[in-house]
Design a protein around this ligand. Structure first.
Ligand code: ATP
Length: 372
């Protein structure tokens, strides 16, 4: 066995294609990642990028075409070796988007269902104990005798989670588990689910297209595009240091500026752009002449309504739109042919038509190689 033996999950070179008329769509195209004990690892990406197919291959609901899935040291899928372990033998718990609560059953029976249908019989006493502790974990123990339909949306979602936990899985797989809830409840459940996951210490593979969900809940994120992982990292890294235009664009709002490296050095990279020379962070391994894309988050831009004195990286423009969004104000500023999106403190008294100086702190710029 390889070094993956002690990992709760290792996915190695996973491939899965689906026939589409006379071609094959590679839903998962050479995907590899490993989960650490107790972490919540998220596959994040737009619709159709292959995250569900990856998760379903881990669950055993899809048979991969290539690569391996190793759960807790045991190979559960390896087409080259003819290995395929069915879902109920993989030691996993799952919650899906349509979390499938049975309306004609009580809360207790819904949670007990996986034990009732399991081949190994569970004694009545053990069943009561296991269901009791799973329901207590999601704070539904006092509703055990209720019909499932008497629960609110959020409670039904928690019940689905209890049902996934009742067999004490080593690995929890969650596929967009909050997407059927309304916006406010979804936000509350994010915090709840994340607290519960940490408290139980259960290793979790999470799938979502919602960047806020991914950023707020995950220990690490893998951003997927067209069947591949394009960047993996902690939420802060993904947000602050996007490796490609796709990641910068998909995760949060970003201003882009095309440039060419004029001088590269450890203390900063000078970049020629259509609005003047700017200084970006150093140590990027960029060379003079390289084409790059500068990516700047709206909240990293400092908007001044008068000239800010001698500061590097200042570009000028005109305020086009001012939108008050509670504790912040979003100002759109026209700079040449582009409109920059900025997020400022709410007390900024900017008005449409004002001259604006946009200060772009060098350390908050991301340098993306190439132009796309
Ligand atoms: P979503 O968030 O919309 O579920 P996703 O990122 O989870 O998207 P997948 O559901 O894994 O993406 O789909 C990846 C690609 O594989 C898509 O092009 C999809 O149309 C295709 N696909 C997925 N399942 C099947 C299937 N059973 N038959 C044919 N094509 C499929």
């Amino acid at each position: 066995m390889t070094g993956t033996a002690s990992r709760p999950l290792a996915v190695e070179g996973l491939r899965k294609g689906f026939a589409d008329r006379d071609t094959t769509v590679m839903a998962v195209d050479d995907v590899s990642f490993e989960l650490k004990e107790g972490e919540l690892y998220t596959l994040l990406g737009p619709s159709g990028c292959g995250k569900t197919s990856t998760l379903r291959s881990v669950a055993g609901l899809e048979r991969p075409d290539g690569g391996r899935v190793v759960i807790d040291g045991a190979v559960v899928a390896d087409p080259a070796a003819g290995t395929f372990v069915p879902p109920n033998k993989r030691g996993i718990g799952m919650v899906f988007q349509s979390y499938g609560i049975w309306p004609h059953m009580t809360v207790f029976d819904n949670a007990a269902f996986p034990l009732q249908v399991a081949r190994t019989k569970t004694s009545k006493r053990e069943m009561a104990e296991r269901v009791g502790s799973a329901l207590a974990a999601v704070q539904l123990d006092r509703f055990a005798g209720r019909m499932a339909t008497q629960l609110s949306g959020g409670q039904q979602q928690r019940l689905a989670l209890a049902r996934a936990l009742v067999r004490r899985p080593k690995l929890l797989l969650l596929d967009e588990p909050l997407s059927n809830l309304d916006a406010k409840l979804r936000q509350a459940m994010r915090a709840e689910l994340s607290a519960l996951q940490r408290q139980l210490g259960i290793t979790t593979l999470y799938v979502t297209h919602d960047q806020d969900e991914a950023l707020s809940m995950s220990s690490r994120i893998a951003v997927m595009s067209a069947g591949r992982i394009v960047q993996e990292g902690a939420p802060r890294d993904i947000y602050q240091r996007p490796a490609t235009r796709f990641v910068a664009d998909f995760v949060g709002t970003t201003n882009f500026l095309a440039g060419t490296v004029a001088r590269a050095g450890g203390d900063g990279t000078r970049i020629g752009t259509a609005v003047g020379e700017l200084v970006g962070p150093g140590g990027h391994g960029a060379n003079p002449g390289d084409e790059v894309l500068l990516a700047v988050r709206p909240e990293a831009v400092r908007l001044h309504l008068s000239e800010p004195g001698p500061a590097a990286n200042v570009i000028t423009g005109e305020v086009e739109q001012v939108m008050f969004v509670g504790e912040r104000v979003d100002c759109h500023v026209r700079v040449g042919d582009d409109v920059w999106v900025t997020r400022q403190e709410a007390h900024l008294a900017a008005a449409t038509g004002d001259r604006a100086w946009l200060e772009l702190p060098a350390e908050s710029l991301s340098l993306i190689p190439g132009r796309d």
